[in-house]
Each structure stands twice: as structure tokens, then as C-alpha cells.
Design a protein around this ligand. Structure first.
Ligand code: TYC
Length: 135
């Protein structure tokens, strides 16, 4: 009759050896831009209040961004990990819905072209954040 012999001794005998590998993470987690969109109905003051509350901006910062979006149609409010960006978009949507205004924020993956991590893609082209607060 066939028999299987375990001929190992010591630690190896009948035991599962596990090994944990740790690797250094070289890539930053993917980040997401929160975009604010213009519309013809939401009052300017309401937009400023939402930016102050949801994005913790000063009144001056919020007014400046509100005007940028009013003039250009869309602007980047901030860049966050996915869960944070998603929450901010939802908070803007909830505030707008409650006040019955069409104010809208969306999120968009940050481009891989942002090699220097400053939230710009490197063409130097005039987003509102140029010269603005570090992101
Ligand atoms: N365009 C709006 C107005 O003239 C103001 C506004 C600014 C609305 C920014 C939305 O994201 C926005 N009342």
C-alpha cells in the first residue's frame, strides 16, 4: 500500500511557511479634480457660500473662483483622492438641490501628464490656479 512519508524535520515538517513581502509604493494614488460649472440661475452669493463651506475657502478665494467660473464656464476647485472628491461633489449637489438651484460640480481624473504634481499639465496654460494657492 502506498504511503506518503514526510521526511522533513524541524521547522519544515508539516508546516506552511508564510513570507511577507513589503514593497515601497512609488506611485502616488490617482487624484481627481473637482470642477465647478457655471449656470445662469444660481446666485453668485450662493456659489460663494457653498465654496466657503464645502471647500473651506476664504470669502476672497471663493469670490475669485466664483467669478472665474462665471466668466470661463468651468473651473477647478481642488484636487483630491477619489473618496474626498466624490464627497465634495455630492455636498455641492445636495446644497444646490436643497436651495433649488442648478449649481453643479463634477469630478475628473487628474491627467497623468502632471509630472511635477502641481495640478497643471505643464503647458503653462492659464487655469485659475496659476499663481493661486498651492494645491
Ligand atoms: N452665472 C451665475 C450668475 O450670473 C453665477 C454663477 C457662478 C453660477 C459660478 C454658478 O458655478 C457658478 N448668477
Amino acid at each position: 500500500m502506498a504511503r506518503f512519508e514526510d521526511d522533513r524535520h524541524g521547522d519544515a515538517a508539516g508546516k506552511v511557511i508564510t513570507r511577507t513581502e513589503t514593497r515601497t509604493r512609488l506611485k502616488r494614488p490617482r487624484m481627481y479634480k473637482v470642477l465647478l460649472h457655471n449656470d445662469d440661475f444660481t446666485p453668485r452669493e450662493f456659489v460663494v457660500l457653498v465654496l466657503q463651506h464645502v471647500f473651506h475657502m476664504s470669502e476672497a478665494e471663493a469670490s475669485r473662483l466664483m467669478l472665474y467660473v462665471h466668466n470661463h464656464g468651468v473651473g477647478v476647485v481642488g484636487i483630491y483622492p477619489f473618496a474626498v472628491a466624490e464627497t465634495k461633489v455630492a455636498e455641492v449637489g445636495a446644497a444646490a438641490e436643497k436651495a433649488r438651484f442648478p449649481l453643479m460640480a463634477t469630478l475628473e481624473p487628474e491627467s497623468d501628464g502632471d509630472s511635477d504634481g502641481d495640478g497643471e499639465e505643464g503647458d503653462g496654460g492659464g487655469g485659475w490656479q496659476q499663481g493661486g494657492p498651492p494645491s
